[in-house]
Design a protein around this ligand. Structure first.
Ligand code: BJW
Length: 249
């Protein structure tokens, strides 16, 4: 475990600069310093009495679509007003330092692309897009503007369908093509960096495990150690907006 960005082990820096292929897996912690709340930490304010783990499910949307829709509208506005932080920018820089970088994110905020990262795999979708709850077909923003913000608008594609965010809820399958690319990148990389993720959600959490099993060296950036940190050769204990820029410096 390293606590001080001023004394990064030479071996760690060498490992990163010698790597020809790096895979990064990010989670909510990477956007925490942009002001976006994480899922498993204490919640405050308006949504304090709701459990994000319960809201992010098809059952919750079936039971109470208005509440789930309102939660997503709130988060969309928060994200629209927020900006990528130095952690996102450092990862966009890293793609110029290594021959190949694949950024895999569980986040739905689109901040890696906004910061300039090119090769981004969004495992859990993107919160700014909407799809039909019955058919999964995309619904464009112009349609939504004609409806109330407080209820999920009816889908233009299906009688019983509603608009819903294009994100992956518990029990739903991730995009097969995205998953396939993520695992194949992981299995062929030299270094895997995990940043700001609890490692509690599958199949995302298995991506770094697959990388390590295939011989990659793992670096974990997280103020709190978890299962993933134990798997890592180096656990960098601190916020990603501090540690990621220090690694790329
Ligand atoms: C900082 C920081 C700072 C704080 N700097 N760090 C195998 C075994 C058991 C269960 C399953 C299994 N396979 C599938 C399942 C079921 C389920 C699952 O994993 N359940 C677990 C809870 C056990 N998985 C699924 O259902 C997935 N689908 C699937 O597998 O389909 C096939 C299937 C279905 C059913 C059964 C079997 C197979 C889909 C998962 C979809 C997850 N969706 C969400 C919502 C997305 C939309 C939205 O944003 O609203 O994705 S849930 C939520 O968790 C969100 C996140 O992307 C995801 C991961 O969370 P993340 O990013 O790690 O955030 P946190 O909050 O957990 O952690 C933040 C971390 O940051 C902490 O560690 C902090 O310390 C740290 N931090 N500040 C750096 N400044």
């Amino acid at each position: 475990t390293c606590h001080d960005t001023e004394s990064i082990p030479e071996e760690l820096l060498a490992c990163l600069s010698d790597a020809s292929k790096v895979v990064v897996l990010t989670g909510a912690g990477v956007s925490a310093e942009s002001g976006i709340p994480t899922f498993r930490e204490a919640h405050t304010g308006l949504w304090a009495r709701y459990d994000p783990m319960e809201l992010a499910s098809p059952a919750a949307f079936d039971r109470d679509p208005a509440t789930v829709w309102a939660w997503y509208q709130w988060r969309r506005e928060l994200i629209a007003r927020a900006r990528p932080n130095p952690g996102h920018h450092a990862l966009a820089q890293l793609q110029h330092r290594v021959a190949e970088l694949v950024t895999i994110t569980q986040n739905v905020d689109g901040f890696h692309a906004l910061a300039g990262s090119d090769d981004v795999l969004e495992l859990h979708g993107n919160i700014q897009r909407n799809v039909c709850s019955r058919t999964g077909r995309p619904i464009d923003a112009a349609w939504l503007e004609r409806h109330s913000e407080h209820q999920p608008p009816p889908s233009p594609h299906h009688q019983q369908g509603l608009a819903r965010p294009d994100v992956v809820w518990f029990g739903e399958a991730l995009d097969a093509g995205v998953i396939e690319k993520a695992f194949s990148a992981a299995e062929s990389c030299d270094v895997v960096i995990t940043a700001g993720t609890s490692g509690a959600v599958q199949p995302a959490a298995s991506i770094p495990v697959a990388a390590v099993r295939a011989g990659a060296v793992m670096i974990d950036v997280n103020p709190e150690p978890n299962e993933l940190s134990r798997l890592a050769r180096w656990h960098l204990a601190g916020p990603s907006a501090t540690w990621l820029p220090a690694l790329v410096k």
